[in-house]
Design a protein around this ligand. Structure first.
Ligand code: NAP
Length: 283
């Protein structure tokens, strides 16, 4: 037991997380002596939790809602993405020090690279990228899309002031828009991404008409419960290419696993099927 290498997912609540399923699948797949566990930590206890990571009980782990910003504030050794975004989702111990990164944007990009390899072709980079939503996920995704050279990103959000704040944060390639402007924005867009929680099981539907999107526009939804959201179904019915959100969840886990266990894991069909089966059972 003493040699068992352990990693965690820390959140409040954390019961719903699929991360243990993903990481424990890889631990078995690669024959490792390890475990990945759920670790509920309330906000007042989070600072102590991070401090205690120096004790060496864990190799590291993931942090999720509501601790991503608190982790950013407390941890000094940050990767450039976490530093830019002000939020952390992956922690590891290196040479006795606590390090942290944000891999959400990496997960988003890796998923699109896998499902739609030509999504960032050079002829698309001047076209509009529409981001629905202005929360934490939108911030990570805009940063990632920008890193691939897209120069015209439109944020559309229910609360305009949040879209404006986010657009100002990213500077001149990113603009805020009201929901009423969507149809016009769609006319010249290469990519539309839903980063709101609309369309998720138990939440309100995302009611938009994709009819004015060009036929080569890619539609991506980061909501993955259900796996095929109404947005993706509508896009598919229109003959548009789609990218579902589960892949983002699976790919964002890769860098952390490699840091903790020293193996770069594969996002395989078998892993995907395992998580899909679990999602279907939960519906
Ligand atoms: P967040 O920071 O709370 O942001 C939520 C966003 O959804 C905001 O833009 C909010 O608009 C919008 N929204 C919520 N309810 C709405 C409603 N009734 N009508 C219109 N807009 C509404 O959340 P987040 O962390 O960015 O996460 C957003 C979604 O992405 C969640 O469903 C989460 O599960 C999913 N997610 C998926 C992955 C993945 O790996 N696939 C990763 C991260 C997140 P306002 O600003 O107007 O409130």
């Amino acid at each position: 037991m003493a040699d068992l290498k352990r990693a965690f997912i820390c959140g409040w609540p954390v019961e719903h997380s699929r991360s243990p399923m993903i990481h424990n699948f890889w631990i078995n797949e690669y024959g490792l002596q390890g475990a990945y566990i759920k670790y509920p930590v309330s906000p007042p206890d989070f600072e102590n939790f991070v401090q205690n990571l120096h004790d060496g009980e864990f190799l590291g782990g993931n942090v999720t809602i509501p601790h991503k910003e608190a982790a950013f504030k407390q941890i000094k050794n940050l990767d450039p993405v976490a530093k830019r975004l002000g939020a952390v989702n992956t922690i590891w111990i290196e040479d006795g020090e606590i390090h942290a990164a944000n891999t959400d944007g990496y997960g988003f990009l890796a998923n699109l690279d896998q499902l739609a390899p030509d999504w960032d072709n050079s002829d698309k980079k001047q076209k509009t990228v529409i981001v629905l939503g202005a929360g934490g996920a939108a911030r990570a995704i805009i940063d990632a899309v920008k890193s691939r050279g897209f120069t015209n990103i439109s944020i559309v959000n229910r609360t305009y002031s949040r879209a404006k704040k986010l657009a100002d944060f990213f500077g001149k390639t990113t603009h805020a828009h009201k929901w009423e402007e969507l149809t016009n924005l769609m006319l010249d867009s290469a990519l539309l991404i839903n980063t709101t929680s609309l369309g998720m099981e138990g939440k309100s539907p995302l009611e938009i008409d994709l009819g004015s999107l060009p036929s080569n526009c890619l539609v991506s939804d980061i909501v993955y419960v259900p796996l095929k959201t109404e947005l993706l179904q509508q896009a598919e019915n229109l003959g548009l290419k789609t990218a579902e959100g589960l892949g983002m969840l699976l790919h964002q886990a890769v860098p952390g696993f490699e840091k903790w266990f020293g193996v770069r894991p594969e996002v395989s069909d078998e892993l995907r099927s395992l998580v899909v089966r679990d999602l279907e059972q939960s519906l």
